[in-house]
Design a binder for this molecule. Structure first.
Ligand SMILES: Cc1cc2nc3c(=O)[nH]c(=O)nc-3n(C[C@H](O)[C@H](O)[C@H](O)COP(=O)(O)O)c2cc1C
Length: 213
């Protein structure tokens, strides 16, 4: 049993990474192999629209043909039994690191067909982990609920059941006084970080255990 977790935050030790580390730890506790990949470490692009993955009889049918740092990660994602994507919201969308990864992951399997199923190995358990500054009740105002629903639908169509873990109202800075921002209540953020976020870390660990069980 192999779990692959992908971190779309460029910060390798902050909210998204910490949640994904817990998912990985939970999976390992249950005896699974689990790996966390930080997209920030890789050099790659989004889809370049070459359509090699759709070319009938082509050598790369159903698989992305690009040979950059994402290539081995896409291979690992293809082979994994469990796939977990984690990203912060950046300007009301996934981070560019994650979005480019998703284009490459999803589009290779997607068929322009009303009758044929996607070309993905449709037998994975999956999860999406999102972190963001806004509170959960504000997600719909900025269309974030729609983005989460779309990603979940794609994961379910291409792979299998998809759980979603949301971490809202995150602590963004070590010291808010150093940055030009008056929108956030640092005390409240810190309080949430010390309570709700700690519970979310536990939820992430339980998620990792569940996904490989
Ligand atoms: C470039 C950038 C854009 C952001 N845009 C949003 C946004 O649109 N909505 C939001 O709720 N938070 C936004 N944030 C805040 C992050 O989503 C939030 O702090 C997240 O938890 C950061 O994840 P990390 O700690 O794993 O890096 C943004 C942060 C950055 C750096």
């Amino acid at each position: 049993m192999k779990l692959l977790a992908i971190n779309g935050s460029p910060r390798k030790k902050w909210n998204t990474a910490q949640l994904l580390e817990q998912v990985v730890a939970g999976a390992q506790e249950k005896g699974a192999e689990a790996e966390l990949v930080h997209l920030r470490d890789l050099k790659y692009t989004g889809c370049v629209s070459c359509f090699s993955c759709k070319k009938i009889g082509g050598p790369s049918y159903g698989r992305c043909v690009l040979k950059d740092d994402l290539r081995p990660v896409l291979d690992k994602a293809h082979a994994a039994d469990v796939l977990v994507l984690g990203t912060p919201f950046y300007i009301c969308a996934e981070s560019a690191f994650m979005r480019a990864f998703e284009e490459r992951l999803w589009f290779q399997y997607l068929l322009y067909s009303n009758v044929k199923p996607p070309l993905s190995p449709r037998k994975k358990a999956t999860a999406l982990v999102y972190t963001m500054n806004v509170k959960q009740e504000e997600m719909a105002v900025y269309g974030k609920d729609h983005i989460v629903a779309t990603a979940k639908r794609l994961m379910e169509r291409q792979f299998g059941p998809c759980e979603v873990l949301l971490s809202c109202d995150t602590l963004q800075f070590e010291d808010y006084s150093q940055y030009d921002t008056d929108m956030w209540d640092e005390q409240a953020k810190r309080q949430r970080h010390n309570t709700v976020f700690q519970q979310e870390l536990k939820d992430a660990r339980a998620l990792g255990q569940r996904l490989v069980s």
